[in-house]
Design a protein around this ligand. Structure first.
Ligand SMILES: Cc1cc2nc3c(=O)[nH]c(=O)nc-3n(C[C@H](O)[C@H](O)[C@H](O)COP(=O)(O)OP(=O)(O)OC[C@H]3O[C@@H](n4cnc5c(N)ncnc54)[C@H](O)[C@@H]3O)c2cc1C
Length: 518
């Protein structure tokens, strides 16, 4: 059989591989996806998507498909064994991304929307039941060998770049020779999705004024740390930490499950166990995310305990960061060194989430009664409030530019009611006050359009946003991070000099990267 040729081969079609496939399709890159399974993953996993993730669905043109399938999240209340508040993760309301801070969803539905989205692109070729088992990196391409499990044949894809979105046990990671840095949290929990005919009793603290269960609850009970999360479509998620007396072989069976659910008075006649499985919640970070033409994204390069609901969301950020860089490199708009910034920008960013999730896990997973009493004494008197975490990118394309470079760009509405991203698409944008735009030297204005920056005049909310940052212009990357800020044409020149297509790119970020790696 002839070798299949493409720009990018994605190995793994979970949520991260499917997001990357959509973005590469949007960029017009010839993409082949290899996925071992015949359908979306059947075990219970992610339930929460943040506003940044929903904004990425907007970029992919899939937000309208997802919205009817999600519920907006309010808070996650962390309570002690007596129901007293210890800590609150506040997520109610709309945030700077132009969307709610968090949504709850049912992962198979979200993945199906992504797969239907990828099918819009003739350039994206998805091969299910295709098990990648060998990777041979050559000077100008990579050959991936896979077994076609449907036909039992061995076949080959030849790609300019290969991205391993192949999950925690990644084959691509092993071929890259990357190891995992252990971030020291590996607890076992039984995870359970239930379909209920009527809402559970016994969670008044999670209900709104109308008695509708809206908040998630983290029961920090040392005798059995437990998570409870209402989900759309009458589903509810419970997660129970395994205790020394539990038998992992039987705890996910119906008898044990209904025993664990006793406090919520769930009637077996009016409920169905959809999925129940024991997981170890790992925390780990791959030591490298790129070697030559091989790259990693999603769980293949980072794993986090789910206490902040950020594992998949972080993988979506990887896809957003990587897709346009692959586009610019493959179209020869930028040097291949641009891809080094993927690892340095993303690794430090995701580390911040994993470390916070591990720290939170320390609070939640306390099983020593004395330590729990001490924790309760400290926190009940003074409950902690956690707001969404927004760390800056690690060192990368923005080089030495001062903040807000490297931080997240908000998505304001323009005076005509359109959202900023709908105007700029998956490209670079210059959001600037009109007088600054009007006064741009002709050469600079021509340069903007030559290097593919869409200029948007900041009016309405957008103008207030610039004022809040005390700047007159922002250069915003396709992944909605700020490349640089400016208040004069000269500052704008400096920011634009960091565009991947400009010669200076080869200088600034590379210097930084050497420092980081040494
Ligand atoms: C209980 C639990 C709750 C969670 N809650 C949240 C949450 O609320 N929010 C959140 O953001 N995240 C959450 N997560 C994390 C989230 O589920 C994962 O981070 C996410 O599913 C990882 O996506 P992925 O695409 O990187 O990998 P996976 O979903 O693991 O996909 C990898 C794919 O690669 C395929 N594959 C592997 N090897 C090969 C090969 N050799 N050839 C071909 N195909 C291959 C696999 O079949 C699989 O389909 C949770 C996780 C758990 C366990």
């Amino acid at each position: 059989m002839a070798t299949l040729e493409c720009d990018v081969a994605i190995i793994g079609y979970g949520p991260v591989g499917a997001t990357l496939a959509n973005l590469l399709g949007l960029c017009g890159l010839k993409t082949v996806v290899l996925e071992r399974e015949s359908s979306v993953y059947h075990l219970p996993r992610a339930v929460s998507l943040d506003g940044e993730g929903m904004r990425l669905f907007q970029t992919m043109g899939l937000a309208d498909d997802l919205l009817p399938r999600v519920q907006t999240s309010r808070n996650i209340r962390h309570v002690n064994a007596d129901g007293k508040l210890l800590l609150l993760i506040a997520r109610a309301g709309t945030g700077p991304e132009g969307w709610h801070n968090a949504y709850r969803f049912y992962q198979p539905e979200l993945e199906t929307i992504l797969r239907t989205g990828a099918a819009r692109y003739p350039a994206v070729d998805v091969r299910l039941r295709a098990d990648a088992f060998a990777i041979d990196e050559r000077r100008d391409q990579v050959q991936v060998r896979y077994e076609n499990l449907a036909g039992g044949k061995l076949e080959t894809v030849s790609a300019r770049y290969v991205v391993g979105c192949d999950g925690a046990r990644s084959t691509v990671r092993r071929f890259m020779g990357a190891s995992l840095q252990d971030l020291r949290s590996h607890e076992r929990w039984v995870v359970l999705d239930m379909a209920l005919d009527q809402p559970p009793a016994g969670v008044p603290e999670a209900a709104d004024d109308n008695g509708v269960v809206v908040d998630a609850i983290q029961y920090c009970d040392p005798s059995r740390p437990t998570t409870f999360i209402p989900m759309p479509g009458g589903r509810h998620r419970w997660e129970f930490m395994l205790m020394p007396q539990d038998d992992p072989a039987t705890i996910a069976q119906p008898d044990s499950i209904y025993r664990l659910l006793k406090p919520w008075r769930i009637d077996p006649e009016k409920s169905r166990i959809e999925r129940a499985v024991v997981y170890t919640f790992h925390s780990a970070l791959a030591t490298r995310w790129r070697r030559g033409r091989l790259l990693l994204a999603g769980d293949s390069c980072h794993q986090t305990p789910p206490f902040l609901g950020q594992g998949m969301c972080s993988g979506l950020r990887d896809a957003a960061n990587l897709a346009w860089k692959l586009r610019d490199v493959i179209s020869s708009r930028a040097s291949d060194r641009l891809l080094d910034t993927y690892e340095t920008e993303r690794m430090e960013h995701v580390r911040a989430f994993i470390e916070l999730a591990v720290e939170l896990g320390g609070v939640i997973q306390t099983t020593d009664p004395e330590k729990a009493r001490q924790r309760d004494r400290d926190l009940v008197a003074n409950p902690t409030m956690l707001r969404p975490l927004t760390p800056p990118l690690g060192p990368g394309l923005h080089g030495d530019l001062p903040r807000p470079a490297g931080t997240r760009a908000a998505q304001p509405k323009l005076a005509d009611g359109r959202r900023l991203d709908d105007v700029v698409g998956f490209g670079f944008a210059l959001l600037a006050e009109k007088p600054l735009l009007d006064a741009l030297p002709a050469e600079l204005a021509a340069e903007l359009s030559r290097i593919g920056i869409t200029a948007v005049s900041a009016d309405g909310e957008a103008q207030d946003y610039l004022r809040s940052l005390a700047v007159r212009a922002l250069v915003i990357r396709p992944d909605r991070h700020i490349l640089g800020a400016a208040s004069t044409a000269a500052e704008l020149e400096t920011a634009i000099a960091h565009m991947p297509s400009r010669a200076t790119f080869a200088e600034t970020p590379t210097r930084r990267l050497t420092a980081v790696n040494s």
